[in-house]
Ligand binder design. Structure first.
Ligand code: ADP
Ligand code: ZN
Length: 763
């Protein structure tokens, strides 16, 4: 498991190596799937300035190609046993100040070991692209009105032209320094006018980097007054009472906050964070990307003055600005999706992960890290508490709580003793007459809710119109030419679309396999559901939210605010609508098809289905009116569905945990998956066969090696896919095999291998 050092020297871990002291030798890692530290000589001109955590330019290979790497060590001694003449020189330093500190180095080292990727790959995942390119850093001119002028503001304005007066008023009214461009834009004048104010001595100008969070960032609302905060419920107080000592102890302490939907988990996070910022420390809050709604962000901005939001929609420049502000200690709270776990806070005091069970916290490309587990590791390295929150905790976290590794905090009731919504299962086996997506009971419940003035949400986790095209003669389903995936018919665009590779083709009427006519188009997606809803309830407004209708930036927010304002009465969509929304007037939620995840070839299919139904069921009854939930399913007797309908997480866990234990699946056993892909099916299979043999030969007997077998999705983008599974009660022997065998395995040309430790998808 040790690092392969080019020079095989022992000095890499020697004293002073991580000290950031002036040194003559540097250890450098590259963003390549090779776990190796290269040694370079530091030229005299860089002595004293080269630090660990900086990116450097180094010559690589025979051609001395200049390559970017990360400096991970600086030392005075040359590594033992190296011919000094052969060591090349560092060409230059790319970042000043450095982007990575010692603790982040340690965290990335851990990631590379745990997830079997190279240190360079892990480091590269930490620093966003915009930061690496220093996007948007330039100096700008900022203006303020000095106190002395403000005191006699009216008098000062007397001799001004109309435009100058407007610009002056804008600057007087602003609490923050404004850039000359911003001031001119707001006053609807030119920058020249603003410059005239400067000449008159009415405003002061200074230079500042334009890489900070602007004062007029979206949704920045005044911080809420103390009196407006709700008094905590008994359960919230109890949870906080157990959190507070940990928040003051400056020590690692992991908590699992298990609270039913609407029990006030977010309020607990906010109070805990207040405590942390009150001590001059910072907090990181991770939420699933899909929950980063304006509503969520506003909730944090109302309570904290300096909130940075990191999400995938940010442009490089904005991301860089946020990153810099965080690194400079200007931010109290970082709210973000997966990669925010690497936010470069200065004095971290707390990490919060909301919806910790979400599989989107796992990155699906190298390094395949799980942000929750990385966050726990980071909290441990930094010696701070961490709170994992969920209404339906992952069974992994539940197990950790059972074993006493996490302290469990429970919120068993909704705020204000609001009842949990009543959930009715609709057995679709008895709804044969229903042509489309809405059963009789769902249609009836919709009219009832709408007539009473309520709003309705309908969830269907399938986009498109028809979800398949089937040949009635040979039984074949029309598939993508490049993927082993059925095509979806999108009626608006009149195309058959592959949801895996986005390839599209015109609608076909003849079976591509047997040439018979009369293809049967079936299955229902959100596009078809929308048509049915509009046809059935023409008198009510309806909006659809899925990745097809929400392409334009801002459209997500528009649709939600129209729904919130009551302009839209029926909101239907994919899981986009299922998360983190809090609409008091929603009195009915319909799950159009609860079975979409149930039959996937994945041991977590039941858990996913349970989580989905339970989460959706929590979206109603948040206001004063009781809410109702209808769940359509072909398998009402399925425990995952039946127990979700009764909000019975404990019951589901009690049933599912022993099942997992019996087969040694997580959380009782550990899995790593090795996926091979390539254009030649034979080559891929042969490669994985050889790898399996090498693994067997090295296996001390404590790891079960399953496969190679074709992956459930056998082909994606013209690449055939096979996989192997490594299973063991603990992760260590699996990691040992990955490092000792897989990492050094010679993969033939044309085949690619991906290693996934703790996979969340087996497809
Ligand atoms: P969760 O995160 O568990 O779903 P939230 O924190 O969003 O729950 O709380 C649900 C609703 O109840 C929110 O509208 C919130 O403002 C409100 N709320 C939370 N705690 C209290 C409290 N102690 N008193 C009154 N209302 C509260
Ligand atoms: Zn495809």
């Amino acid at each position: 498991m040790s690092i392969v050092n080019q020079n095989d020297g022992g000095a890499v871990s020697g004293a002073g190596w991580f000290g950031g002291e002036p040194g003559c030798y540097a250890g450098v890692v590259l963003n390549a799937p090779v776990d190796r530290i290269w040694t370079y000589r530091v030229p005299e001109r860089l002595w004293g300035s080269l630090q660990v955590g900086q990116r450097v330019k180094v010559p690589l290979g025979r051609g001395d190609r200049p390559t970017v790497g990360y400096c991970v060590s600086v030392g005075l001694e040359s590594p033992a046993g190296v011919e000094l003449g052969r060591i090349k020189e560092v060409l230059g330093i790319l970042d000043d100040p450095r982007l990575i500190d010692e603790r982040m180095l340690e965290l990335t080292r851990w990631i590379s070991r745990y997830y079997a990727c190279s240190w360079g790959q892990a480091l590269d995942a930490v620093v966003p692209a915009g930061v690496k390119r220093q996007a948007g850093t330039r100096l700008g001119t900022f203006l303020v009105v000095p106190e002395s002028v403000r005191a006699r503001q009216e008098e000062a304005a007397l001799g001004l032209t109309k435009k100058q007066a407007a610009a002056f008023a804008v600057l007087c009214a602003s609490v923050e320094a404004l850039s000359a461009e911003d001031a001119a834009r707001r006053a609807q004048c030119g920058v020249g006018t603003v410059a005239e104010l400067r000449k008159k001595g009415l405003v002061l100008a200074f230079q500042r980097r334009l890489d900070r969070i602007r004062g007029d960032d979206e949704g920045s609302v005044g911080v809420v007054a103390e009196a407006l905060k709700p008094a905590p419920t008994v359960e919230q107080s109890e949870s906080l009472a157990r959190l507070l000592p940990a928040l003051e102890a400056d020590a690692f302490a992991p908590f699992l906050l298990q609270g039913v939907t609407g029990s006030g988990k977010t309020e607990v996070y906010l109070s805990a964070i207040e405590h942390v910022t009150g001590r001059g420390r910072e907090a990181i809050v991770l939420v699933p990307e899909i929950s980063l709604t304006p509503q969520t962000i506003r909730r944090f901005r109302r309570r904290f003055a300096r909130v940075a939001v990191l999400h995938s929609g940010l442009r490089d420049v904005e991301r860089h600005r946020h990153w810099r502000s965080i690194a400079e200690g200007e931010v109290q709270v970082v709210v973000g999706a997966r990669s925010a776990v690497f936010a470069p806070t200065r004095r971290l005091g707390l990490i919060v992960i909301d919806e910790e069970h979400e599989s989107t916290f796992k990155q699906d490309h190298a390094p395949r890290y799980h942000a929750r587990d990385v966050a726990v590791k980071r909290a441990q390295l930094e010696g701070v508490p961490i709170v994992l929150g969920s209404a339906t905790p992952s069974l992994e976290s539940r197990r950790n709580a059972e074993l006493g590794r996490y302290t469990r905090l429970l919120l068993s009731e909704r705020v204000n003793a609001r009842p949990m919504p009543e959930v009715t299962l609709v057995d679709m086996k008895h709804e044969k007459g229903a042509e489309g997506g809405l059963s009789g009971p769902l249609r009836f419940a919709m009219s009832e809710a709408l007539e009473a003035g309520g709003q309705v949400m309908l969830l269907l986790n399938r986009r498109g119109f028809h979800t398949f095209a089937l040949c009635p003669k040979c039984g074949a389903v029309v598939k993508c030419g490049s993927c082993d995936v059925a095509l979806t018919y999108h009626r608006g665009r009149r195309v058959l679309l592959c949801h895996t590779c986005d390839a599209e083709q015109p609608r076909v009427e003849v079976c591509p396999s047997c040439r018979a006519g009369n293809l049967y188009y079936g299955g229902i997606g959100t596009e078809r559901l929308e048509r049915e809803v509009r046809g059935t309830f023409p008198e009510y407004t309806c909006a659809r939210m899925d990745s097809d209708t929400m392409r334009r930036p801002g459209s997500h927010e528009e649709a939600l605010s129209a729904f919130k304002a009551g302009e839209v009465r029926i909101l239907l969509g994919t899981q986009m609508i299922a998360k983190g929304l809090d609409f008091p007037n929603v009195t009915l939620v319909g799950v159009v098809n609860a079975d979409t995840a149930l039959h996937l070839p994945d041991f977590r299919a039941g858990e996913r289905t349970f989580q989905l139904v339970a989460q959706v069921a929590g979206r109603t009854g948040r206001g004063d009116r009781p809410g109702k939930v209808l769940v359509q399913t072909f398998a009402p007797e399925e425990p995952a569905i039946e127990m979700a309908s009764r909000h019975d997480y404990e019951g589901f866990a009690a049933l599912e945990m022993p099942r997992r234990a019996m087969v040694g699946a997580p959380p009782y056993g550990r899995i790593a998956r090795v996926l091979a892909r390539g254009e030649s099916e034979g080559a891929v299979e042969a490669c994985l066969g050889a790898l399996a043999e090498a693994l067997q030969a090295a296996n001390a007997g404590d790891v079960r090696i399953l496969g190679p077998a074709p992956a459930p999705v056998t082909k994606v983008r013209d690449q055939y896919r096979f996989h192997l599974q490594l299973r063991s009660p603990t992760v260590k022997p699996i990691q040992a095999l990955l490092h000792n065998v897989v990492a050094v395995f010679k993969v033939p040309a044309g085949v690619e291998i991906a290693v996934d430790v703790d996979p969340v998808s087996m497809l």
